[in-house]
Design a binder for this molecule. Structure first.
Ligand SMILES: Nc1ncnc2c1ncn2[C@@H]1O[C@H](COP(=O)(O)OP(=O)(O)OP(=O)(O)O)[C@@H](O)[C@H]1O
Length: 474
């Protein structure tokens, strides 16, 4: 049985009413940007409640007006994070790494030249800075003191440090007013800004962005971390266009069998089970699915004129994948999205399963040397004539050589060098022909692994990095 911690997230009607009015004033549901988050609403609500001569019961949602309360809504994993809440922040930050120790003694101005503002979040501002010693540029996130959970953000960033998809924390400084987190610079800006410019993405581009995102989410989950705020505003791009997951301010560590209960995240991206107050890693998968929806068709799947309406849509609205806007999107992409945006948490696929979904495989393996699908007639629901059709379609594409062999009861369809060089041209029809072959046969684990050509190098890559970077104190 799952061990659920602290589940008091129900708003009284008065709070709900205030919540709607507060959040509506800052929201922009109809486009992709989410200018506010649940925590921001919660903070504004608490302020309003205070002004309202205490008629409201205390806000127990999300951060409860501060990140400190937010931290208290979810369990720590092992001895880290929450169990250290009452102890000195310096001590916690001090165990990060040698660079941080130095940071504690020096002022940030001694080591870095501060530059222009790069962005502003709810809790702090981020500035460009340059090392006086090496000349290397970094991003410095300055968080005013009073944000007691800064240690949690620092600890989680350190815990995840070393993965190519996570913004690396370089060092931490503290002065009388603030903490300064010196991080790897992502000079390519935010994914949300790219999405706003680009509108709909091609399936090829969507799948490649999504693969990188899923690899980092899979890594977070393997490391016992739930990000809780997956959205394109928190996905940054490097100069070379690679994605980096940022903003671990709401992230929580979670042990096997434990679940979280605090309402946290950004309304349009929040999973239905977060609204009912019992969730885990799969909440990140849902949020990523909302992002994939936006990439593929340029709009968010769940919208509403008020927060209540939005939450209602998230909890019960049926998505129509046959509508006009989906006509140019392959069935396989829709199949993946349906498996992600399912409200049944147990049925929702994991990061690992997303990565081995045929749509991901098709678009993200640059050269699929061998796709071998064993089609047993009794599991293949299509007509036998579909197999030559698949073959000739692939052959006529001019990039693949397919051969078909019929051996007794088993038909092998082998496509060699399925090269996706023409990256911008989607061929949703071709994807669906392959889908007919792939989806209509029963894919058992061993068969699945034949489809997965080296799709998870990340684990190896990470484990060593992480071990070398992991703060021993946690
Ligand atoms: N490593 C980085 N490199 C470049 N820009 C960054 C970096 N980290 C953050 N930024 C910029 O600063 C903005 C705010 O950063 P961040 O999201 O971490 O702050 P926050 O206060 O936790 O924000 P939020 O409101 O999303 O919770 C980002 O949207 C981005 O534009």
């Amino acid at each position: 049985m799952r061990n659920k911690r602290k589940g008091c997230e129900i708003l009284c009607p008065r709070q709900r009413e205030m919540w709607n009015s507060i959040c509506d004033s800052g929201s922009s549901m109809s486009n992709l940007k989410t200018h506010f988050s649940l925590e921001e609403c919660s903070r504004r609500l608490k302020k309003r409640c205070k002004e309202d001569d205490g008629l409201c019961c205390e806000v127990t949602v999300g951060s409860c007006g501060s990140r400190t309360r937010l931290a208290a809504t979810a369990p720590p994993s092992g001895s880290s994070s929450i169990s250290l809440c009452g102890r000195g922040l310096k001590r916690k930050i001090g165990c990060i790494e040698a660079a941080t120790q130095m940071g504690r003694k020096n002022k940030i101005e001694d080591d870095y030249v501060m530059g222009e503002a790069l962005g502003k979040g709810k809790f702090g501002s981020v500035f460009l800075c340059r090392s006086k010693v090496t000349g290397v540029e970094f991003a410095c996130k300055t968080l005013p003191k009073g944000e007691e959970t800064v240690h949690k953000e620092v600890e989680i960033m350190q815990h995840l440090s070393g993965h190519p998809g996570v913004v690396t924390l370089h060092s931490v400084y503290e002065d009388a007013e603030s903490f300064h987190l010196v991080m790897e610079l992502c000079s390519g800006g935010r994914l949300i800004d790219e999405m706003t410019k680009e509108g709909r993405y091609s399936e090829h581009k969507s799948a490649n962005i999504f693969k990188d995102l899923m690899l980092v989410i899979q890594y977070c989950h393997d490391m016992g971390v739930v990000h809780r705020d997956i959205k394109p505003e928190n996905i940054l791009l490097t100069a070379s266009g690679k994605i980096k997951l940022a903003d671990f301010g709401l992230a929580m560590r979670i042990a096997n069998g434990q679940s979280l209960s605090g309402l946290a995240g950004s309304p349009a991206y929040v999973a239905p089970e977060v609204l009912t107050g019992d969730y885990g890693q799969k909440a990140d998968i849902w949020s990523a699915g909302v992002l994939l929806h936006a990439l593929l068709v340029g709009v968010l799947p769940f919208q509403g004129d008020s927060l209540d309406a939005l939450f209602e849509a998230i909890k019960s609205m049926q998505l129509d994948f046959h509508s006009e806007k989906w006509q140019s999107v392959s069935k396989l992409a829709r199949d993946l999205l349906e498996r992600i945006l399912t409200r049944d948490v147990a049925a929702r696929i994991t990061a690992e399963e997303v990565l081995s979904h045929p749509w991901m495989m098709f678009y993200t393996e640059r050269t699929l040397k061998t796709v071998s699908v064993r089609l047993k007639p009794k599991h293949f629901s299509g007509t036998p004539s579909q197999i030559p059709a698949i073959t000739s379609r692939l052959e006529s594409d001019g990039k693949k050589r397919c051969s078909k062999s019929l051996n007794g009861e088993t038909k092998d369809l082998r496509c060699e060098s399925l090269n996706r060089e023409s990256e911008e041209s989607d061929d949703s029809g071709l994807v669906d022909v392959l889908a007919a072959a792939i989806l209509h046969c029963r894919i058992s684990e061993p068969k699945r692994s034949r489809l997965c050509v080296n799709n998870s190098p990340i684990r190896e890559q990470c484990s060593s990095n992480v071990n070398s970077n992991l703060c021993k104190a946690f």
